[in-house]
Design a protein around this ligand. Structure first.
Ligand SMILES: [Zn+2]
Length: 164
């Protein structure tokens, strides 16, 4: 904790993120079982892709993720295939609003947080921002540090590497 704590925290912008908003916009919640995929890129470079299946069948609402995760240190590849429950809440103007539940295990229990977005942080699995202790790049605090590092002649990227 303290002055370097920001460098040890990932920002949401550094993570692979999937949002219920995206799925809604692309009609994955419109009924039955639908499958699709998603790609991520950062600075024009592809950083990952996943396949998923969305079921809004009553009593069996889930999203299933399938992807390969490469360990940044060992380059070891892991095939992942798991699902997490979807839940909905009624909207004021009728219809449903869909949410993910966080599938991350914390102390032997599933987190289960109802969230609008899931992220792959430092683990292999999608989880909520609480589980991965994520912060927003745009937060005032990180910009304060950015300026401090720039004054020292250190770019925020370098600072991240130095103080990991
Ligand atoms: Zn969680």
């Amino acid at each position: 904790m303290g002055r370097w704590s920001y460098s040890s925290r990932l920002t949401i912008e550094e993570c692979k993120t999937i949002t219920a908003k995206f799925l809604n916009k692309h009609h994955y919640f419109d009924g039955g079982v639908r499958s699709g995929g998603m790609n991520w890129s950062r600075n024009g470079e592809k950083t990952g892709s996943i396949s998923f299946m969305v079921s809004t069948v009553e009593g069996d609402e889930y999203i299933r993720f399938q992807y390969t995760q490469t360990d940044r240190n060992t380059n070891e590849k892991t095939e992942l295939d798991y699902q997490t429950r979807l839940v909905w809440t009624p909207c004021h103007f009728g219809g449903h609003r869909w949410w993910f539940t966080c599938p991350i295990m914390v102390n032997g229990c599933v987190c289960g947080h109802r969230v609008g977005s899931l992220h792959i942080g430092r683990g292999k699995y999608f989880g909520c921002r609480h589980c991965y202790n994520l912060t927003y790049e745009s937060s005032k605090e990180s910009h304060k540090f950015d300026r401090l590092f720039l004054k020292m002649g250190v770019s925020p990227k370098m600072a991240n590497k130095l103080f990991k």
